[in-house]
Each structure stands twice: as structure tokens, then as C-alpha cells.
Design a binder for this molecule. Structure first.
Ligand code: MLT
Length: 286
């Protein structure tokens, strides 16, 4: 069976499982993805230590509006690792392989955090393929020198203690004053992250460390862009989030109070409305 299966219907974005995964080959490995729904094509990319299931709630609620493809990026979920560094460009190439396998010429692409870095690489490499794109808790800036040093330390830690790395990293992605309230979501995210191989985690941490600055590219984009940011995001300060979008009429921004880096868990309704409104405007404006 090839098509994705959506089980359970609810209006609060919880309790869904998009179960069946399609696969294609990229280099020597399998890349897993799902396709579900009808309408404009929307490609959804997850972040570091996540997989395509982060979008299940959105997919289940919008299958009558959009034709949605959710991809497991290299080294995540059902997708293999091609080596020990997955650059954002290589990830973008893997996503292109999925689009070709599905005969998709053009789409809108939205990426969460690392998925946003891949989206930027894709937009630069294959501009003819996108009618719009979105950064969901993500940034066009490259890593600072301090962040690069953190990544190096992380790579060493992952080699010896991958589970401990995950247990320390995941809670820090949620708004710090909501950890009690979000306990179940944090635990679920930790469990999922522990399923990743150490090679996958390392290859992606290194790829993020190497990524280039795309802030000029963002500012000069000729297609509409969605930018969703949580004001309590511990990964990206409000100052940097605002700076990269300031004065850009082609960028639709949403800055949300009480939300960290994990809007799909922390404020699913608000975040998913921002995405569907962006899609609907693109359709109306052709
Ligand atoms: C992510 O959520 O994808 C990562 O935290 C992004 C990053 O580390 O830069």
C-alpha cells in the first residue's frame, strides 16, 4: 500500500498518526515521506531530532485543502544517512528527489528550524520549483562562532552519550516557563529523538554548523515568505528574528507570546492557522 493513512479525526490537532510511508532512493539510501490530501502542493520539513510525524496534526486537519508531502530528512525517521555530514544542500537535493518521484513541478515548502535551513538551500538551488516558502521557528542567519563551538561539543557528547544529549537538548526547545504544562509533549519529543542513530544526529549537527548565511537571500526573495517565531524561543532571539524580516513586504510574520521553538506542540492552533492562511493567500493571489 502506498498512500498515507490518516487515523482518527479531531479538531485539536492531537491523536493523529499518518502511518504509511512512501520511499524513494537518494544516493545509496532510502528517503521516507508521506503524501496526503488534495489541492495546492505543500511540502513540510521537520527539524533536528524530529521526523515527519511532527506534521501529523496539521496534515489530518487540512487534507481537503492541500496536497501535503512530509519528508523524513536524511538521518531522521525512516530515512538513511549518506555519510557523516549532511549539508543543507544535500538535504535539499534529497527533497528534490522526492518531488521528482511524485511528479511535483512546483510547491510551497515550509520547514521547522533545521527544516527551514533546508528550505532556504532548496529555494536557492531550485527557485523554479517554489511558489512560496516558510521558516517555522527558523533563521536565515548562519551559526555564530559560539554556536559552532557548541555544535562541536555536542558532536563529542553524542558519540559517547546520545541519550543524555537528547534528554538535555529537547526540554530547552520549549518556552522555559511552560515546562510543567508541556511535560507530556517534552517526554514524547525526547522518546522520538532517542530513536535517531548517533550517526544521523552527528551528520546533521555538522551540516547545520557548516551552513551559510542566507539573510540577504531571504530579503531579496522574489516569492512570498512566511516567518513564524515564538517570542520565548531559546534558539533564536527576538532581536535577530525581527532584524532579518524588518522592512520586507514579501515576508508575512507571526511573533507569538508564550511560545518557544516548538510551536507545533506549544501552540498548534495558532501556528497551523498561520500556515493555512499563508497557503490560502498564495492561492488567491495566484
Ligand atoms: C532544530 O530544531 O532543528 C535545531 O534546534 C536547529 C538548530 O540547532 O539550529
Amino acid at each position: 500500500m502506498i498512500s498515507a493513512v490518516c487515523q482518527g479525526v479531531s479538531s485539536n490537532f492531537e491523536g493523529f498518526k499518518i502511518t504509511t510511508v512512501r520511499t524513494t532512493r537518494f544516493k545509496r539510501v532510502e528517503v521516507g515521506y508521506t503524501r496526503h490530501g488534495v489541492g495546492e502542493c505543500l511540502v513540510l520539513l521537520h527539524g533536528f531530532l524530529e521526523d515527519s510525524s511532527m506534521w501529523d496534526g496539521f496534515v489530518a486537519n487540512h487534507s481537503d485543502q492541500f496536497d501535503m508531502i512530509t519528508v523524513d530528512l536524511l538521518g531522521h525517521g525512516s530515512s538513511g544517512c549518506t555519510g557523516y555530514v549532511h549539508t543543507m544542500e544535500e538535504q535539499a537535493e534529497a527533497v528534490l528527489t522526492v518531488l521528482k518521484a511524485e511528479n511535483i513541478e512546483k510547491c510551497v515548502m515550509i520547514g521547522h528550524s533545521m527544516g527551514g535551513y533546508v528550505t532556504l538551500a532548496f529555494a536557492e538551488l531550485y527557485p523554479e520549483r517554489l511558489t512560496g516558502f516558510g521558516l517555522f521557528h527558523s533563521t536565515a542567519y548562519r551559526d555564530s562562532e559560539a554556536k559552532k563551538a557548541d555544535r562541536e561539543r555536542a558532536v563529542n557528547a553524542i558519540m559517547d552519550h546520545p541519550d543524555m544529549f537528547v534528554e538535555l537538548t529537547i526540554p530547552r526547545l520549549f518556552a522555559s516557563n511552560r515546562h510543567d504544562e508541556m511535560k507530556a509533549e517534552i517526554e514524547a519529543a525526547i522518546d522520538l529523538a532517542k530513536g535517531h542513530s548517533a550517526q544521523g544526529i552527528i551528520a546533521n549537527a555538522r551540516g547545520m554548523k557548516e551552513r551559510k548565511d542566507q539573510s540577504e537571500f531571504l530579503r531579496k526573495s522574489s516569492v512570498p515568505i512566511l516567518f513564524v517565531h515564538g517570542n520565548e524561543d531559546p534558539i533564536l532571539s527576538n532581536e535577530l528574528a525581527r532584524k532579518q524580516t524588518l522592512g520586507c513586504s514579501h515576508i508575512t510574520t507571526h511573533f507569538m507570546d508564550g511560545v518557544g521553538h516548538m510551536g507545533h506542540s506549544e501552540a498548534p492552533e495558532k501556528c497551523f492557522n498561520a500556515i493555512s492562511n499563508f497557503m490560502n493567500e498564495l492561492v488567491v493571489n495566484g
